[in-house]
Design a protein around this ligand. Structure first.
Ligand code: COA
Length: 258
């Protein structure tokens, strides 16, 4: 892999978008490498949690690659957006928790990539935004939709129409990121959270992610019904026996994902 690095340690797969000279902008090749790694990770028993970050200390991802965007027409533009959406849907639905470690600019496709992740931890130098409007386009990798679901219509309109960047602190206030930490503490903080997730019950984590995501796509009754079924699946797992047994025996649970 040329544009994306990956490394597994203690069941945590860290994926680093690695085009620092282009502020980790996502060209087609990078998206394709990212997709391959996510697809492999889905079925890899050695991976329980995924962290996505950017190379260097300036950018998470500064957007889709504008030099490729410049060459699009209606047809190729739609294909590019469809492809980006399918890669990001693959992240959102990969069945394992994915954390965005936002180490700098998360703009355009970078903000959209972060929003496809399940948790977003940002360093205090991070800046987030959907600046596509300044290029004469709109977000195509989910930005008009995931942003609205995350922070509400009014703020999503503001970010999408003005295209200005918001600071990490404001992003935290708005619920666009879960936590902001000093730049030097980002890696350690994300590792700690990733390890907590890696030690947790994998089936229950997958069910919680699925129930929350699906619930946003349907009415309350249907969503609650889905929760009932997901709860039933968890109750049938060995991990439920281990988790409840460990509590009652006052010991730490050892989950196996079974
Ligand atoms: N696509 C392609 N290249 C990009 C890029 C992108 N989205 N974002 C940054 N780069 C490239 C720059 O062209 C530059 O390359 P060069 O050195 O070969 O000229 C390099 O990354 C460094 O960027 P630069 O603009 O010089 O850094 P800066 O610190 O002055 O500004 C940003 C940083 C993030 C404010 C600025 O790069 C920017 O606005 N990027 C575009 C953000 C955007 O519109 N994203 C949505 C795209 S759909």
């Amino acid at each position: 892999m040329k544009n994306v690095l990956s490394q597994i340690e203690n069941k945590v797969l860290t994926i680093t978008i690695n085009r620092p000279d282009k502020l980790n902008a996502l060209n087609q090749a990078t998206l394709s490498e990212l997709d391959d790694i996510i697809q492999d990770a889905k079925n890899n028993e050695n991976v329980s949690v995924i962290v996505i970050t950017g190379s260097g200390d300036k950018a998470f991802v500064a957007g889709a690659d504008i030099s490729e965007l410049a060459t699009t027409n209606a047809n190729t533009g739609m294909h590019f957006a469809q492809y980006g959406q399918s890669v990001f849907n693959g992240i959102e639905n990969c069945g394992k928790p994915v954390i965005a470690a936002i180490n700098g600019f998360a703009l355009g496709g970078g903000c959209e990539l972060a929003m496809a992740c399940h948790l977003r931890i940002a360093s205090d130098n991070a800046k987030l935004g959907q600046p596509e409007i300044k290029l004469g386009v709109i977000p195509g990798f989910g930005g008009t939709q995931r942003l609205t679901r995350l922070i509400g219509k009014g703020r999503s309109m503001e970010m999408n129409l003005l295209g200005d960047m918001v600071s990490a602190d404001k992003a935290e206030q708005w619920g666009l990121v879960n936590l902001v930490v000093p730049q030097g503490e980002l890696t350690a903080t994300v590792s700690k959270i990733a390890q907590q997730l890696a030690d947790s019950a994998p089936i229950a984590l997958g069910m919680a992610i699925d129930a929350i995501n699906r619930g946003l796509e349907c009415g309350l009754n249907e969503a609650l019904d889905y929760e009932v079924k997901a709860f039933g699946i968890c109750c049938a797992s060995e991990d439920k026996n281990e988790g409840t047994g460990a509590f009652l025996e006052k010991r730490t649970a050892q989950f196996k994902g079974k």
